[in-house]
Design a protein around this ligand. Sequence first.
Ligand code: HEC
Ligand code: HEC
Length: 212
Amino acid sequence: MGLMKHLASLCLLAVVPLSAAAEGDNARGKALFALCSQCHGADAGGNEAIMAPAIAGMTPWYLEAQLKKFRNGMRGAHPDDVGGMRMRPMSLALSGDEDVAAVAAYVASLPPALPKPVLVGGDPQRGQAIFTPCTACHGPDASGNQIFLAPPIKLSSDWYLFKQLHNFRAAIRGANPADAQGAMMRGMAATLADDQAMMDVIAYIMTLRNGQ
Ligand code: HEC
Ligand code: HEC
């Protein structure tokens, strides 16, 4: 492309307000997503082999908050956090808050990929009872609630949810004293009796995708 045209498109990127970018075509977010797609997949549906979860269609405020937590070391800095330590440098590759918001808006605009559950042995019926206290923050249909900054967990990969519940319990995620939401969720993860309870509640969460 000619130099003038190139410059013109750069200027355009600089002046498009983010609200407009989120509604219209978010060229900046789409361009930034090229990096993300290498691990999270072209449809942002995740890749278990590299521990990257499905993120497509999650709420922009949650995606943005997590990218910021990775960037400031509230998440992904614990030496036992293998997945988080893969993600943290990627978050730091974003140049600043505007790019964080643009890529979060782009990922949020993608249709949910709803990767097929892979965990075996969870009982959704037992899980339904276990899920009752979770509804206070994540909502009865697990679609999240911005008031508590609680994410829509039914869009995630089931193996990833299992891993995160373990991470919260083991203080690998959410133990940074500045991480208020992490602390909230750590308390909840501690109420799950064992792996079976985690598998059961996740099996139930996966049933809530109907109608998504
Ligand atoms: C090198 C592989 C890799 C790349 C590239 C990558 N990610 Fe990740 N990402 C991961 C892994 C692995 C995790 C899981 C972290 C964990 O286990 O806590 C993750 C987690 C996340 C999460 C947290 C999801 C949740 O439900 O809390 C978000 C948000 C995210 N990535 C967004 C992005 C964005 C946006 C980009 C591009 C700017 C990106 N990632 C690039 C590997 C990657
Ligand atoms: C008091 C509010 C609250 C309750 C109750 C709650 N959560 Fe959470 N949960 C949160 C918040 C806030 C986060 C985001 C934490 C962060 O910012 O890192 C979260 C995150 C999560 C995550 C990680 C999602 C991701 O994409 O990485 C999982 C899994 C989860 N919750 C499952 C549950 C389950 C299962 C229950 C019930 C046993 C539950 N939560 C109850 C507030 C809550």
